[in-house]
Each structure stands twice: as structure tokens, then as C-alpha cells.
Design a protein around this ligand. Structure first.
Ligand SMILES: Nc1ncnc2c1ncn2[C@@H]1O[C@H](COP(=O)(O)OP(=O)(O)OP(=O)(O)O)[C@@H](O)[C@H]1O
Ligand SMILES: [Mg+2]
Length: 136
């Protein structure tokens, strides 16, 4: 599916749609440039699932946990990590073995840890400043 959004609230609406399709153990790779809307999408996703804890700026946090009704949502921003060893250190496998949903910015840092079954959400800038294309 492909969506065009024009502000944060529209991106939240798309995230809500996506959130309804999540299952325990899903790995969700968020792909797109700096400022493309990955964290905004994650905020909307957590809100849609009723996960209480706020999604904080990744400047302060590489991994944050957001308990939702049916599973734990784990938001990871791997931008500052350097490879699979780093990603294992923050508990990648532990979270997966517990059936958490991993929502991952900059998933390329996780290399082969990303399962074949991972889901991909792609964010691209459109011409207008606030326009984003979101595909999943
Ligand atoms: N349609 C839109 N959807 C989402 N965010 C938008 C939109 N239009 C403008 N913005 C702005 O773009 C920025 C998106 O920032 P966000 O932190 O979500 O990006 P990111 O992809 O997580 O970046 P990074 O890779 O640096 O973590 C915010 O400042 C937001 O207000
Ligand atoms: Mg971000």
C-alpha cells in the first residue's frame, strides 16, 4: 500500500492502519533518510496500540520499551551503532524470544540479524516540504 501524507497527524493515521496488522514477533524495518518521518510514524503506531510510554527522541535513547495490550513494542534507533555486535548488546535476540514487536530505524546496522520475514516500511520525501510518501 502507498500513502501520501502532508503533516504529522496524517502520518499518525497511516501508522494506525499499519499497527492494526501487527503480530507478536514482527520485526518492522523503517527505511528512509534523516527526518523522513520514521520516529513520527513510531509515535503514531504506539499511540494507536495504546502503549503508554512516550516515544522519545533517539538523541537520548537507542532503545525504548512501550508495553501495549497484546505485546511489547520495542522502538530501536540504530543510527549510532556500528554493527551486529552492538545490536546484540541492546537485547535484539532477547526481545524477539519474548515475542516483542521490534520497530527499527536504520535497520541496515543490524545486518543479518534482520529476519527474512521482516516487514518493511519505506519513507520518501515528496516535492512539497511536508509531504511524505509511505509504503508498506
Ligand atoms: N507528512 C509528515 N509526516 C511526518 N513528519 C513530517 C511530515 N511533514 C513534516 N514532518 C516533520 O518532519 C520531521 C520528521 O522527523 P522524524 O524524527 O519523524 O524523522 P526520522 O525519519 O525519525 O529521522 P531520523 O532518521 O533523524 O531519526 C518532523 O520534524 C516532522 O514535524
Ligand atoms: Mg528517528
Amino acid at each position: 500500500m502507498i500513502f501520501e501524507t502532508h503533516d504529522e497527524s496524517e502520518t499518525w493515521e497511516v501508522a494506525k492502519r499499519f499497527a492494526a496488522t501487527l503480530r507478536p514477533g514482527d520485526v518492522v524495518c523503517l527505511e528512509g533518510d534523516l527526518g523522513a518521518g520514521k520516529t513520527t510514524f513510531t509515535q503514531g503506531l504506539c499511540a494507536a496500540l495504546g502503549a503508554k510510554r512516550a516515544v522519545t527522541s533517539p538523541t537520548f535513547c537507542i532503545v525504548s520499551e512501550h508495553p501495549a495490550a497484546d505485546f511489547l513494542v520495542v522502538h530501536m534507533d540504530l543510527y549510532r551503532l556500528h554493527g551486529e555486535e552492538d545490536v546484540l548488546q541492546i537485547g535484539w535476540e532477547d526481545y524477539l524470544s519474548r515475542g516483542a514487536v521490534l520497530v527499527v530505524e536504520w535497520p541496515d546496522r543490524a545486518g543479518s540479524l534482520v529476519p527474512e520475514t521482516a516487514r518493511h516500511v519505506r519513507f520518501t520525501y515528496a516535492e512539497a516540504e511536508n509531504m511524505r510518501i509511505i509504503e508498506f
